[in-house]
Ligand binder design. Structure first.
Ligand code: BGC
Length: 427
């Protein structure tokens, strides 16, 4: 029911039909305008991320909306997923939730999400969104999420001063990477800034899968879950490389958040980091300049593009203010102005395909060019680590085995065997 402006005492008993009419007592009572409200569950809590989330909040409030912030700290969003599930079980889901990949279709199939077709039609989403993003945010022909951005995951972030000090160049192959890492180690520099959390280890793993196996192998192993690919010699080699990487991280890596690892890169304690381009949002928020203080390079051996698109879903709500809030938020997110402001801060590139490039830095422009080339050569792959490739249970199986391997003396042969078994059980 809409909110009502308070009538005068003498007119306090009103029937719905009387609301918009001139009453005998001489007062006009009209329904108050809805106050568009969203309670936003998100995990953008690091320095760069909160600047970007702040831009969304600011736009929403400037358009007359009420924003109730529900942040859950923890990079990669695993902690936020747990909170979401418990809120849904308690019958009280937040009405706007940062969610992506196959999770969107899973929640939509359960009938929990509000379709966004009305806004999508009015704002022409069919035309402005690239097909690969449309596929992710629709279910049975209806829009159930509004995409915010496109993050590239397969990047190598480099501190050029530190590399120079140790006399090493940016590696283009895994052999070069290992040779550079040994030299850096000998010079007393941590070769790889890393946070020991399952999603970060899965990030290293999927980067090596793409670099060593190429896009077709990646798709077979991490999307189609082909047992032959999962137990192949290539996969054994991937784990061998991951074992080497374990020797390139510092002692204090366990449990470290990704932005703490980014700080190690910034302050010169470490030389390289493998992370998606929210890293750039973090570095630029701290005043660092691309091409000068840091370099964004391809991961060794790769020409493909690992995609991770953030989006928001709207859990159904019977409350008129919340319904209005969801529509307003969905509309603002894909607006041109917001797409520019947000993505410059976040380190990503716009989800819309009709944007000018002028405000974007060299890393973003490279991301745009590389994405186009990868689309043309059919080498865009969805990130497994970032919930774009497989359902949650299968992703969980990957994360469990990869992390167990990284943190133990397990052999690579055992790892592929365990991986194929765990994936088979989970799918
Ligand atoms: C999200 C990014 C976020 C990163 C670190 C990724 O899964 O897509 O938006 O910045 O995790 O928290």
């Amino acid at each position: 029911m809409p909110n009502l402006r308070k009538p005068a005492a003498a007119c306090s008993v009103l029937s719905m039909t009387a609301l918009a009419t001139v009453l005998g007592c001489g007062l006009t009572v009209t329904p108050a305008k809805a106050e568009p409200t969203v309670e936003v569950l998100h995990y953008w809590t690091s320095g760069g991320e909160s600047k970007a989330a702040g831009a969304l909040r600011q736009d929403f409030e400037a358009a007359g909306g009420k924003w109730i912030d529900a942040p859950v700290a923890g990079g990669g969003g695993d902690a936020a997923s747990t909170v979401l599930r418990s809120r849904v079980l308690a019958g009280d889901p937040p009405n706007a939730v940062q969610l992506k990949g196959p999770n969107i279709k899973e929640w939509a199939a359960q009938g929990k999400l509000a379709p966004l077709d009305e806004v999508a039609k009015a704002e022409n989403w069919d035309a402005i969104l690239p097909a690969m993003i449309r596929d992710v945010v629709t279910y049975k022909g209806h829009y159930y999420a509004v995409p915010v951005n496109i993050h590239r995951v397969n990047w190598l972030w480099v501190n050029p001063q530190v590399m120079q000090k140790a006399g090493v160049a940016i590696p283009k192959t895994w052999d070069e990477f290992n040779a550079a890492a040994e030299k850096l180690k000998a010079a007393g520099i941590v070769p790889l800034a890393h946070g020991g959390q399952p999603w970060q280890e899965a990030g290293l793993f999927e980067g090596i899968v793409l670099g060593m196996g190429g896009a077709d192998f990646y798709k077979k192993a991490l999307v189609e879950l082909d047992p032959k690919a999962l137990t192949s010699d290539t996969m054994v080699k991937v784990f061998d490389q991951l074992r080497k990487m374990r020797g390139y991280v510092d002692e204090g890596f366990a449990g470290r958040e990704w932005n703490r690892a980014a700080a190690m890169l910034m302050n010169g304690q470490a030389a390289m980091q493998i992370m998606g381009d929210w890293e750039k949002g973090e570095l630029t928020a701290a005043g660092k300049v691309p091409g000068k203080d840091f370099v964004c390079a391809n991961l060794p051996g790769q020409s493909g593009y690992t995609v991770n698109a953030d989006s928001f879903v709207m859990f159904t709500s019977a409350n008129a203010d919340r319904g209005a809030g969801q529509k307003l938020l969905a509309k603002l997110i894909l607006g041109k102005k917001f797409q520019e402001t947000f993505n410059v801060l976040k380190g990503s590139i716009p989800a819309r395909q009709d944007m000018a490039r002028d405000s974007f830095d060299e890393c973003a422009v490279k991301s745009m060019d590389d994405l186009k080339a990868a689309v043309d050569s059919n080498s865009v792959v969805p990130s497994m680590a970032h919930e774009m490739a497989v359902p949650g249970a299968v992703r969980g199986a990957f994360l469990d085995v990869v992390t167990a391997y990284f943190n133990s003396g397990m052999t690579s042969q055992d790892a592929v065997k365990r991986l194929a078994e765990a994936v088979d059980l989970a799918k």
